[in-house]
Design a protein around this ligand. Structure first.
Ligand SMILES: *Cc1c(COP(=O)(O)O)cnc(C)c1O
Length: 471
């Protein structure tokens, strides 16, 4: 193990001083600034494996892999060393002026090797949001080059998360984001998400999958197929609450896209790099996308990196027809970020984390997580690979759609998240759905520890709600 600035239990930071600087100067993402300033932020100072430590020496089990990204866990010295070596050799150079660099080239080849066969090219960005901006530009450029200048509309889904740039937030389907800044921009429309718990009443999961995919065809016909450029979706929706679609959903989406010649974009920023038990979720869910957005797990978050895998259908046209693609970023193909990603992928391969999640720890997590269904607060629980979610309900029912829900104003999910956070467990709340996406290195023993912690905190939540007369 490498030397760390703070050993567990030690207090090397003046927490109050950091919190004061934080309140005074740091505007956090997706945060109610006023509310945070009234409480003060928790100061995270160190990570090792699946654990974090705060400035007070409290140990926390990170059930969210940071923000869905630290797939290989914290404290990987070999990544720090790869980054250091690259910084010493060439910290930066751009790829604009007919130049390239060694890590960007090697990583592109590696990504092509581990991705589905239709992918032979990579476009780099600094983040997932920029990857989706790239998608928007690229699919429109593709259709222009094909001579279909009307084909510019992109169909996405309510509650999707595709990032927070103007295009990313527009492609996403978050009402709260659309309400600020006049979004979505024109040329982007949304259909419903395949959320069985919320919308599948009276149907089997299989029936609901077909029904929900049918919303795409209805939207295409409403717009006119000659106007539609692409459909974008996360194989499993992440930030929207780990919405795992019925198995019938994606194959039907693929069929519809093929029928109308529409491009399919899989946003695999979360699902990629082993998260679902394959290098890319598309492989498991029965789709053959034309573009794959990646970020997060590509570098396990050690250095920011994102991009787009460009399928042959599009690459052949962009390359074959020639002419500048007037798009790119200063940090496209950043050598240090690419060096971090190469070492991260080497670790995933070396430790066989993809297979591990597919065959060993994923199925184990599935079984353990499903055992939480007997908890009085849990109305529904499901998982896929290393993502999982459960719905908190006021009253359980045999048929999930008959569960009695809490009113949203009670923010029961946030209450539950508070109990988790205060008891050394990071589990995120999306409404009243509690979700996890643990590091892929998590062992069976650590899964036991995590599920026990979750159960303990669910008990705490229930007691709290009962005390307040809410349950
Ligand atoms: C996180 C995320 C993004 C945005 O990535 P950033 O690096 O935050 O810009 C896009 N799509 C999905 C599915 C994500 O989970």
């Amino acid at each position: 193990m490498s030397a760390n600035p703070v050993q567990p239990g030690a207090q090397a930071f003046d927490t109050r001083a950091i919190q004061q600087l934080d309140s005074a100067h740091y505007l956090h993402p997706f945060t109610d600034f006023k509310d945070l300033n009234s409480k003060g932020a928790r100061v995270i100072v160190r990570g090792q494996g699946i654990y974090l430590w705060d400035s007070e020496g409290e140990k926390i089990l990170d059930g969210m892999s940071g923000l869905w990204c630290v797939n290989v866990g914290y404290g990987r010295t070999s990544i720090s060393e790869a980054v250091y070596r690259q910084m010493e050799t060439l910290p930066f150079y751009n790829s604009f002026f007919n130049t390239t660099n060694v890590p960007a080239t090697r990583l592109a080849a590696k990504l092509v090797e581990i991705s589905p066969p239709q992918f032979n090219h990579v476009f780099y960005t600094g983040s997932g949001s920029e990857g989706n901006d790239t998608n928007l530009r690229m699919v429109r450029r593709y259709w222009d080059l094909m001579g279909f200048k009307e084909r510019h509309t992109i169909i996405s889904r309510h509650n999707a998360y595709h990032g927070s740039t103007v295009a990313g937030a527009s492609l996403g389907g978050m009402d709260g984001m659309h309400a600020q800044g006049g979004l979505p921009i024109p040329g982007i429309v949304h259909i419903g998400q395949p959320n069985y718990f919320e919308s599948g009443r009276g149907m089997t999961e299989a029936e609901f999958g077909i029904e929900a995919a049918g919303w795409l065809e209805a939207k295409i016909l409403e717009l006119g197929p000659e106007k539609v450029a692409a459909f974008i979706g996360e194989p499993v929706q992440g930030a929207g609450g780990v919405i795992i679609p019925p198995a019938t959903y994606w194959p039907e989406i693929q069929r519809i896209c093929d029928k109308y010649g529409i491009l399919l974009i899989a946003d695999e920023v979360i699902c990629g790099f082993g998260r679902l038990g394959a290098w890319f979720g598309s492989e498991l869910l029965g789709i053959k996308p034309d573009l794959i957005t990646f970020a997060k797990g590509v570098s396990s978050g050690y250095i920011p990196l994102g991009g787009v895998l460009v399928g042959d259908r599009i690459a052949d046209v962009l390359i074959g027809q020639g002419g500048d693609f007037n798009h790119g970023f200063t940090y496209s193909g950043h050598p240090v970020a690419c060096a971090a990603a190469l070492e991260n992928i080497r670790i995933i391969e070396d430790e066989q984390l993809v297979k591990q999640v597919a065959n060993v720890t994923g199925p184990y997590l599935r079984r353990k997580f499903a055992s939480l269904r007997d908890h009085p607060l849990v109305g529904y629980a499901d998982s896929y690979g290393f993502v999982a979610g459960l719905n908190l309900v006021r009253k359980k029912a045999e048929v999930v759609h008959d569960c009695e829900l809490f009113t949203p104003e009670l923010a029961v999910g946030m209450i539950c998240r508070g109990h988790m956070f205060n008891n050394g467990m990071i589990m995120r709340a999306v409404g009243d759905r509690m979700i996890i996406a643990p590091p892929l290195v998590m062992t069976k023993a650590e899964i036991d520890e995590m599920v026990n912690k979750i159960r303990y905190c669910l008990d705490k939540t229930l007691a709290d709600l009962q005390e307040r007369g809410l349950a």
